[in-house]
Ligand binder design. Structure first.
Ligand code: CP
Length: 329
């Protein structure tokens, strides 16, 4: 099987095939029908960094397909805390499981681990690097919305806001959207949290339009998708050279700003978690009743998309649907 480490490994044809499988698995994801396609298979779910959605939706996706899961969360529950290397860990766990999902705080650590694994490894987020499965579920949410409204992804305007420097999700999503034609990207962030120049240059070289804005007032008009992110304060100290942004430059996306500047047809996404603490600069809860807010549909889409990734990693796509049965509960 193939590792899933970066969105760069997916062609548009791969994405379409994956999403077709995800759609077939929608009712399994919701627990309406059951399948045993992964009966006897074992997932090792290794999370060395906090997670709610990624860890639990990978677990739920594998269990819904009939497989079993063994997991470890945090360094203290793994023998890495005794000095064991990622390389040894990878070789050992390859004998215990048929597929491994891993999240790690260091960029590149999941790829290093995968070099020593003999079963497929899926990147569940590597520091500020990539979060390919999040970007795939984000794109799944976007394409389903666009299909319902008869709108092509080609030519769309996508606004990404918040901490674009440290947000691995936005790095992966921008690269994935670059598979389409003539996307206009609006990157809305204070200068100190803007999208890395290497990604901006890469997108521009592929023929996409890229505009950077410090404020949402400038970047929200015309956007078909508004993708908000959390300020990742936990990553500020990790980089000695990183300047903590001046709070006067930070902003929240709230109902007032959306009503004033966003298109009525725009959808509002966020990979979550959003920071609900007082004074946080994020996506405001005052938008929760706005039908344009699709953050919980987006989070739920993690299940069918991650199921489809397991099916493709393990080469089982031809078996999908053969044993579907109504759920007895
Ligand atoms: N979106 C996301 O990756 O959430 P978790 O950190 O809770 O997994």
């Amino acid at each position: 099987g193939q590792h899933i480490l970066s969105v760069e490994q997916f062609s548009l044809a791969d994405i379409n095939t994956l999403f077709t499988t995800a759609e077939k698995l929608e009712l399994v994801a919701k627990g309406v029908v059951t399948t045993k396609i992964l009966d006897g298979a074992i997932l090792a779910n290794l999370f060395f960094e906090a997670s709610t959605r990624t860890r639990m939706s990978f677990h739920s996706a594998f269990a819904r397909l009939g497989g079993d899961i063994c997991d470890t969360t945090g360094f203290s529950f793994s023998s890495i805390s005794k000095g064991e290397s990622l390389a040894d860990t990878a070789q050992v766990i390859s004998e215990y499981a048929d597929v491994i999902v891993m999240r790690h705080p260091e960029q590149g650590a999941v790829a290093d681990f995968a070099q020593h694994a003999t079963v497929p490894v899926i990147n569940g987020g590597d520091g500020p690097g990539e979060h390919p499965t999040q970007a795939l579920l984000d794109l799944y949410t976007i394409t389903r919305h666009f299909n319902q409204t008869n709108q092509p992804v080609d030519g769309a305007t996508i606004a990404l806001s918040g901490d674009l420097k440290h947000g691995r999700t936005v790095h992966s999503l921008a690269k994935l959207l670059a598979r389409y034609q003539q996307i206009t990207f609006h990157f809305i962030a204070p200068d100190s949290l803007q999208m890395p120049p290497a990604i901006i240059d890469w997108l521009a070289a592929k023929g996409h339009r890229v505009h950077c804005f410090p404020r949402p007032e400038q970047g929200l008009p015309d956007a078909d998708v508004i993708y908000c992110t959390r300020i990742q304060k936990e990553r500020f100290n990790a980089e000695q050279l990183d300047a903590t942004p001046d709070e006067s430059q930070l902003f929240s996306i709230n109902q007032t700003i959306i009503n004033r500047y966003a298109k009525p047809s725009a959808i509002i996404l966020h990979p979550l978690p959003r920071d609900s603490r007082d004074g946080a600069f994020d996506l405001s809860t005052d938008l929760d009743a706005d039908p344009r807010l699709q953050i919980f549909t987006q989070a739920a889409n993690g299940i069918p998309v991650r199921m489809a990734l397991f099916v493709h990693c393990l080469g089982l796509q031809d078996l999908v649907g053969h044993d579907f049965a109504p759920a007895p509960w």
